[in-house]
Design a protein around this ligand. Structure first.
Ligand SMILES: [Fe+2]
Ligand SMILES: [Fe+2]
Length: 198
C-alpha cells in the first residue's frame, strides 16, 4: 500500500498510510466507531437547529443533513447486525474533543467555529471513507463506503456554504485555515485505538 487519496480541499494534511493499515486490520472496530460517528453527526446537526432556531437557511439545510446522517446510522447498524457486532460503547479518540475545544464561546464566533469544525470533520470523514472504499478487501463493504463518501463530500461543502451565508468570505477563509491547522495536528500521530478519526 503506497498511494493515499489526494488531499481534500480544506484539509491541510492527507491521512497517513499508518491509519489505513490500522483501519483495514480492524474493520469490525471501525464499523462500530463509524456507527457512533453517524449518530454524533446527526446530533450535531440537530443541536445547531436547537441553538439557532430562527436562522432559516441553517434550520432547513441541517434538517436534511440530520435526516441523512440518521439514515447512514441505520445503514451502518445493518452492517453491524450482519457481522454480529453489538452496539457497544467505544472510547472516543481525542480528535472530537480537541476540535470542540477550539470553538469560541461567544456569538457570533461560536456559530462560525461550530460550522467550520463540522465542515472539517465531514471533509476528513469523506477522505477516510474514500480510503476505506479503496483499500477494503471486502468488495461489498468497499462499495458501501464508496456510497457514503459522496454524501460526506456534499456535507462538508454545505457546512462551508452555511458559514459564508452568515459571515463574509474573508473571515470564513481565515478561520477555516486556523482550524484546519489544528485538525491536521490532532491526526499527526495515529491514535493507538482504531477509530474513524484516530
Ligand atoms: Fe454520514
Ligand atoms: Fe456527514
Amino acid at each position: 500500500m503506497t498511494v493515499l487519496a489526494s488531499t481534500i480541499k480544506f484539509l491541510q494534511q492527507p491521512t497517513a498510510i499508518a491509519w489505513v493499515e490500522q483501519a483495514i486490520a480492524n474493520l469490525d472496530t471501525i464499523l462500530l466507531d463509524h456507527s457512533h460517528c453517524e449518530r454524533k453527526a446527526a446530533g450535531v446537526a440537530l443541536n445547531l437547529i436547537f441553538r439557532y432556531p430562527s436562522n432559516t437557511k441553517l434550520v432547513r439545510t441541517l434538517t436534511t443533513i440530520a435526516q441523512e446522517e440518521l439514515e447512514h446510522f441505520e445503514r451502518v447498524n445493518q452492517w453491524l447486525d450482519r457481522r454480529n457486532i453489538a452496539l457497544a460503547p467505544l472510547s472516543p479518540p481525542p480528535y472530537g474533543a480537541g476540535l470542540k475545544a477550539q470553538i469560541r464561546r461567544h456569538e457570533p464566533d461560536r456559530l462560525l467555529d461550530s460550522l467550520l469544525v463540522s465542515s472539517l470533520i465531514e471533509a476528513r470523514s469523506h477522505e477516510r471513507l474514500g480510503l476505506l472504499a479503496r483499500h477494503c478487501p471486502e468488495p461489498e463493504l468497499a462499495q458501501f463506503y464508496r456510497g457514503l463518501m459522496a454524501s460526506e463530500a456534499r456535507h462538508y461543502g454545505i457546512y462551508w456554504t452555511l458559514a459564508t451565508t452568515y459571515f463574509d468570505r474573508a473571515t470564513v477563509t481565515q478561520r477555516l485555515g486556523e482550524l484546519a491547522t489544528v485538525e491536521s495536528e490532532l491526526l499527526s500521530t495515529v491514535h493507538p485505538e482504531p477509530r474513524i478519526h484516530s
